[in-house]
Design a binder for this molecule. Structure first.
Ligand code: ADP
Ligand code: MG
Length: 396
């Protein structure tokens, strides 16, 4: 995939109507609809403020939740209110996406003003990437700016289809993802060290396959460790195991050797008798986990070895916690690896929803070069897949 795309800085937006796809898919309190975390709205501000300051009229849009047609529970009205508070100027809310109200409000919108369309998923054509809907949305504006990185892996009308009808560029959020993550994948500063963890091997196959082609070192931790260990003849007790993927893991170990990729697996494991926050941690040899014990975290020898590999890296890509970090007694491995990333001079990139949450929860968020904001999108990015919301943008 070509990661070199035009951004808002590369086109004239003065006096133009700009359709801006944001990721305003915010968490809300069920009973009241109150926004419980406005991080995504705050993240959209730089692009919005830039466009407004350049004299564009901004028609913002987003999906929210998974409504089946128009449903007031999924209205973007609370987002318009919060966005207006953050911007310090009115945000006109349209009652529909491409209907008469949206059209009238878009037509009346002046340079320096901003409005918000109703939830794009109120239109059945959105998730089907219906050209008629894409064309109608495009008809509201003269330029399309995409800044919803969390949605670029979806070919929907508002994330990709609309680019067939308008000049399309990225906002600052997507531009940063492409520059840093795209750069690390296409032309990494070496050695490139990939740290993979999380729960399951099966959800990371695409990521492992792709990184095996480009990384110098692959480090495996977290729940996926035990399928590898079992595949290599170790005993894993009651640890998370995916029997269907044993052959795959065996294959990966062989492939890594063939390609000259260094593959590091945990030597020691912190295990427990049960999956519980109160379980007593016990340190064991990873290849010999007792029958009635499950691996919950990487041990100190492993931490030292992993940290050492990170120290001399040029780039580190991390996806997947090293252990069950949600339980404090089993968060040490993840914390130590986050610290190693914080301490290295390498470019450090964290992708994946739980990994980003772990780094934030453990207090290392501002010490990473980049934390990818899209959960599913960043995984597909790391798989090297062509992302419809990126390929649709104009090449730089
Ligand atoms: P991401 O969202 O960053 O891609 P995943 O969803 O793959 O990460 O994995 C995150 C989950 O993996 C966490 O909830 C964590 O508790 C779990 N996990 C990590 N290590 C283990 C383990 N040894 N056993 C069971 N679950 C684990
Ligand atoms: Mg996850």
């Amino acid at each position: 995939m070509n990661y070199n795309k035009k951004t808002v800085k590369d086109i004239e937006v003065k006096g133009k109507k700009v359709l801006l796809r944001c990721d305003f898919n915010v968490p809300q309190e069920k009973a009241t609809g109150a926004i419980t975390d406005d991080k995504r709205i705050v993240a959209a501000l730089p692009t919005i403020q830039y466009l407004l300051s350049q004299g564009a009229a901004v028609i913002a849009c987003s999906h929210l939740g998974k409504p089946k047609g128009p449903d007031p529970v999924f209205s973007l009205t609370p987002v318009a209110k919060r966005l207006s508070e953050l911007l310090g100027q009115p945000v006109e809310m349209a009652a529909d996406v491409v209907g008469p109200d949206a059209q009238a409000k878009a037509a009346a919108l002046q340079p320096g003003q901003i409005m918000l369309l109703e939830n794009t998923r109120f239109e059945p054509g959105e998730t089907k990437n219906d050209p008629a809907l894409a064309k109608a949305m495009a008809g509201l504006a003269e330029v399309y700016v995409s800044d919803a990185f969390g949605s670029v892996h979806r070919a929907h009308a508002s994330t990709a289809g609309v680019a067939d009808y308008l000049p399309a560029v990225s906002g600052f959020l997507i531009a940063k993802e492409l520059e840093i993550m795209g750069g690390a994948l296409a032309n990494p500063k070496r050695p490139l060290v990939a740290i993979l963890g999380g729960a399951k091997v099966s959800s990371k196959i695409g990521v492992i396959n792709h990184l095996l082609d480009i990384a110098d070192t692959i480090i495996v931790g977290g729940g996926m460790t035990y399928t590898f260990i079992k595949a290599m003849g170790g005993s894993v007790g009651t640890s998370l195991l995916e029997p269907d993927w044993l052959d795959y893991c065996r294959d990966m170990v062989a492939k890594a050797k063939e390609k000259g990729v260094q593959l590091l697996l945990p030597e020691d494991t912190v295990c427990a008798a049960e999956f519980s926050a109160d379980a007593a941690p016990e340190l064991v040899d990873t290849m010999a986990i007792p029958d009635n014990r499950m691996g919950m975290d990487i041990g100190p020898k492993t931490v030292a070895r992993f940290s050492d590999a990170v120290k001399d890296a040029g780039t580190v890509i991390w996806n997947g916690p090293m252990g069950v970090f949600e339980f404090p007694a089993f968060a040490e491995g993840t914390r130590a690896v986050a610290k190693a990333l914080a301490d290295t001079n390498a470019i450090t990139i964290v992708g994946g929803g739980d990994s980003a949450a772990a780094v934030a929860q453990l207090g290392f968020a501002d010490q990473m070069t980049h934390i990818s904001t899209g959960g599913g999108a960043s995984l597909e990015f790391l798989e090297g897949k062509a992302l419809p919301g990126v390929t649709c943008l104009m090449d730089a």
